[in-house]
Design a protein around this ligand. Structure first.
Ligand SMILES: Cc1ncc(COP(=O)(O)O)c(C=O)c1O
Length: 488
């Protein structure tokens, strides 16, 4: 089969993507970096069905569908066989999509109180490009209060889009040129690569952080030295580095960067005039035991305010990923103008914004009824999964926030390799649980799984029972053939 010359990773055996271990290396300019999808499920996970020669779409659109995209592949897989207690009890339990269902009871009660006023016919027509002014004012007040900003959040510096995903894409397009690089510490939320690369054409320059060796409590240490080294190596190779993407609280580790770490990275960015895209979408998803640990970049005196941009949305902290609402806050007026100019491509619906405004404007409800329960339930669910995995001798990263168990599963792998990681994933998928591997999340070391714990407790328990059944089988196989352990 003919290959698309601009898609280096497509082979003549079909769209089976070669593995480039890009977690620790930059992709060369113009080349898409790829990650490996479990081979046993390749057919089910393949995105593209057309060939380069017969394509009826543009080369750039073709490049995007031919490139590995875990979101599309797993969305199809789960949708085809979704668990339902009554109609499909043997279906797939989804512990892979970062959704938050922990407080669905509290949220649906609150949203049911909301009365849409039919006489508000302004809702029927185009809203202001940046987002309805009253909504932006409500978000500005909300962020100022809950992120403990050290300055007034001006609603004019906020633009609302349908999700933080289009916000990240728009930012990438706006602050760098096609082929430039953004530095991203590994591991990281798998979509970041698609968000910056698919259409904006920005490459990832991965800053490798490690978690496998030594004390897990000291893993993934974010230091300026790691950034300096990666930056110098990249510049020596002639790569154009334009920005940094930071996630705090972090997906998948659940880390919260300290004030000192943030200041160090901001100073590093300022030295080289790099933009800092600060994704704080999990800002309020902090376990109750650590609730005062989160430092927003908005609390700091940033050295270059024109190059620091904060991203937040309703998908995580309020578990409303179906509403599709996210925003950017930036003091860079040209950037805000660019967002305003292109906002019409990705505007949320006015009635949705009105409902969300109702929710976040009730500060008493947020502070007294919602957050304490939410943050307690987060920690409780984390503990349930952690304890069950630790019984099997699995090391769990000491997360402080977000929805993820980041687990070192090397013990259950045939060898310490990405291939063996995929094999373990295949067995878990065969047991009808969807989770993600470390490699999907650009870990530079094999051996990790990411498990979402923010689903309802009944499904979480079924998912864990199924994962445990796989672990028990492997334990038995290892007892029968103990020599594999010495290979790790
Ligand atoms: C760190 C991070 N940023 C952004 C998003 C995307 O959120 P949205 O639903 O607002 O597009 C996610 C979703 O998993 C995420 O984990």
């Amino acid at each position: 089969m003919a290959t698309n010359p601009s898609t280096a990773a497509v082979t003549d055996t079909g769209y089976r993507l070669t593995r480039l271990n890009l977690a620790c290396q930059p992709a060369s300019s113009g080349t898409k970096s790829t990650i490996m999808i479990p081979s046993t499920t390749d057919t089910a996970l393949t995105t593209s069905t057309c060939s380069a020669t017969s394509t009826t779409i543009s080369t750039r659109a073709y490049d995007i569908i031919a490139h590995t995209n875990p979101t599309v592949k797993f969305d199809r897989l789960v949708a085809a066989d979704r668990y339902d207690k009554q109609s499909n009890p043997n279906g797939i339990i989804n512990l892979g999509t970062a959704e938050n269902k922990l407080c669905a009871d509290i949220l649906s009660k609150k949203l049911a109180e909301f009365q849409h006023k039919p006489e508000e016919e302004t809702l029927n027509y185009y809203p202001q490009l940046k987002g309805a002014p009253s909504f932006r004012s409500a978000v500005a007040k909300f962020i100022e209060l809950h992120f403990k900003a050290n300055h007034r959040i001006d609603p004019e510096n906020l633009v609302v889009l349908c999700g933080t995903t289009p916000v990240l894409e728009t930012l990438s397009f706006a602050v760098a040129e096609h082929g430039d690089y953004f530095m991203i510490p590994t591991p990281y939320y798998h979509r970041i690569y698609n968000d910056i690369n698919d259409r904006a054409g920005i490459n990832s320059l991965n800053v490798p952080l490690y978690g496998m060796e030594g004390d897990i409590n000291k893993a993934y240490d974010l230091t300026r030295a790691a950034f300096e080294k990666t930056y110098e190596d990249a510049v020596t190779k002639g790569l154009k580095v334009k920005g940094i993407v930071l996630l705090s609280p972090h997906n998948p580790t659940g880390d919260i960067y300290t004030k000192d770490q943030l200041v160090d990275i901001l100073n590093f960015a300022n030295k080289y005039k790099l933009h800092v895209i600060m994704d704080e979408i999990y800002a309020l998803s902090v376990f109750d035991t650590y609730k005062d640990n989160f430092t927003s970049v908005l609390q700091l005196d940033v050295p270059d305010p024109d190059r620091v941009h904060v991203v937040w949305g309703f998908s995580k902290d309020f578990g409303l990923s179906g509403y599709r609402v996210g925003c950017v806050y930036s003091r860079n007026q040209q950037l805000i103008k660019y967002f305003e100019t292109t906002a019409i491509f990705a505007m949320p619906a006015a009635p949705i914004l009105q409902r969300l405004e109702y929710l976040i404007s009730d500060t008493d409800w947020v502070e007294k009824d919602y957050l304490p329960v939410y943050q307690r339930r987060l920690r409780e669910s984390f503990d349930v999964v952690k304890q069950r995995l630790e019984k099997h001798g699995i090391r769990v990263y000491p997360s402080q926030a977000s929805f993820f168990i980041w687990a070192d599963v090397t013990k259950y792998m045939r060898e310490r390799s990405f291939k063996a990681e995929e094999e373990l994933l295949s067995r878990i998928l065969q047991a009808k649980v969807y989770v993600m591997t470390g490699q999907h999340n650009y870990s530079c070391e094999p051996g990790w799984l990411r498990i979402i714990f923010s689903v309802n407790r009944e499904q979480l328990n079924i998912g864990l029972d199924r994962i445990e059944s796989v672990l028990f089988k492997i334990e038995k196989e290892q007892a029968d053939k103990p020599e594999h352990i010495s290979r790790l």
